[in-house]
Design a protein around this ligand. Structure first.
Ligand SMILES: C[S@@+](CC[C@H](N)C(=O)[O-])C[C@H]1O[C@@H](n2cnc3c(N)ncnc32)[C@H](O)[C@@H]1O
Length: 403
């Protein structure tokens, strides 16, 4: 029995993945898209990732942003050992890893007093209330005024139907003995048997079939960290927002830019219901009900400071953009939540073609005339969709071509 884990799975290491939502330049894009001043285009920044797993995202961010000091922590020594090895190979002097728990991280030697960004991906729903409180305390004390927090978490009501299924899985796994990976497979076999014998629970919740098919394609390592921790809390948005408010944080925006384009997600009737709700927290809760949201990627800010309308456009002009997928020309299928986005080829083709020459600011693209006669609303909508669907990314400041 590991006594340092607080019930968190440590027998299997987490997967190596990069999540663009963690990138300061991506957070800056989302803030600009919502008319928020972000201060992330300074020549030097302090960035912190809590529960960094294998540290792959942190290492990549440090390598791509030599002007940012990246501090990342995790309590699993295997994760930090591998992460430090990668940092050494990458020769990133601005990358700092800490083998600490949320409880003792604040006292780690060498840690800056305050941060411009604190990010935690795939952590908050998966740790105990006690650990959530340590995290909140760290956010309250170590984020600069104007700083951003990125937090992702499981949500209600999207998880409501599957809650008992997760319990069946975890109970089955904990009954078994021996290495974890085969026990996970046994538990999946057990659940499949329940599904096939005709079970009232499965019959009443047909959406579980798709979920189970997806779960069966996941690696045991991912499954263990995703579903088998002692703590596993899908949050109602209002409860998460209440937690964040204790650290003086208020909701800024989704870290998925597609979420910023309301008509991609909602019907006119749904938009009318959302707009009738003046309270921003209740509005997000309504949104989650309409979408049956399972997972949110949110940005919170310590002190909202809005741009004027002109200021927002000015911030857009300075935004550097780059292709994040090869573009061969012609029409491409743009989708959002499995629905095709009705965007004309004439709107996106000139932009994608121009960016084949390398990263450029929106101002440079405007100067090249790639937006045709579109209004500013059309232009910003198109760019938001292209970033949201992963065709474009917003780069760090040193992406900018020399004047
Ligand atoms: C699901 S993983 C996410 C990892 C990484 N953020 C990512 O998305 O790739 C959660 C991470 O939190 C770490 N963790 C869990 N409880 C912790 C604690 N009390 N203190 C520090 N790290 C913890 C785990 O070791 C694990 O690497």
């Amino acid at each position: 029995m590991n006594d340092w884990t607080s019930g968190y799975v440590a027998e299997l290491d987490y997967t190596h993945d990069f999540y663009r939502e963690l990138a300061p330049s991506h957070l800056a894009f989302c803030a600009t898209s919502q008319g928020q001043k972000h201060g992330l285009n300074q020549p030097s920044l302090n960035y912190c990732e809590l529960g960094c797993g294998q540290g792959f995202s942190a290492n990549l961010l440090a390598a791509a942003n030599p002007h940012i000091e990246v501090h990342a922590m995790d309590f699993n020594p295997a994760h930090i050992h591998g992460a430090r090895e990668l940092a050494e190979l990458a020769q990133s002097p601005n990358m700092h890893f800490y083998e600490n728990s949320f409880e003792d991280f604040a006292t780690a030697p060498g840690l800056p007093e305050t941060f411009d960004v604190i990010a935690l991906h795939g952590v908050y729903s998966w740790v105990s209330r006690e650990n959530q409180n340590y995290i909140l305390d760290f956010l309250a004390k170590r984020l600069k005024p104007g700083g951003l927090v990125y937090v992702s978490y499981n949500t209600m009501p999207g998880w409501a139907a599957a809650l008992p299924l997760r319990r069946i899985l975890t109970d089955q796994v904990s009954q078994g003995e021996g290495p974890l990976a085969p026990r996970i497979q046994d538990a999946l076999d057990h659940v499949t048997e329940l599904q096939t014998i005709g079970t009232g629970y499965f019959n009443s919740n047909p959406s579980l079939d798709a979920w189970l098919s997806k779960v069966k394609t996941m690696s045991p390592n991912y499954l263990a960290h995703e579903y088998l921790n002692k703590d596993w809390t899908p949050f109602h948005f209002a409860d998460l927002a209440e937690d964040m408010s204790h650290a003086k944080l208020s909701f800024l925006a989704s870290a998925d830019p597609s979420d910023h384009v309301e008509d991609l997600l909602f019907t006119p009737e749904q938009i009318a219901v959302l707009q009738a709700e003046a309270n921003p927290v209740r509005r997000q809760a309504l949104r989650d009900v309409i979408l049956n949201e399972q997972f949110r990627t949110d940005i919170f800010v310590k002190g909202r400071l809005r741009h004027s309308e002109r200021g927002t456009i000015g911030a857009w002009f300075e935004t550097p953009l780059a292709l994040t997928r090869r573009y061969a020309g012609g029409s491409i299928k743009l989708t959002c939540r499995n629905r095709e986005i009705p965007l004309e080829q004439t709107q996106y083709e000139p932009i994608l073609n121009a960016l084949k020459d390398g990263p450029q600011t929106v101002r440079a693209l405007l100067d090249r005339g790639v937006f045709g006669t579109g209004t500013w609303a059309d232009i910003s909508r198109t760019l938001t969709i292209l970033v949201g669907t992963g065709h474009l990314g917003s780069g760090p400041i040193d992406f900018r071509p020399a004047a």
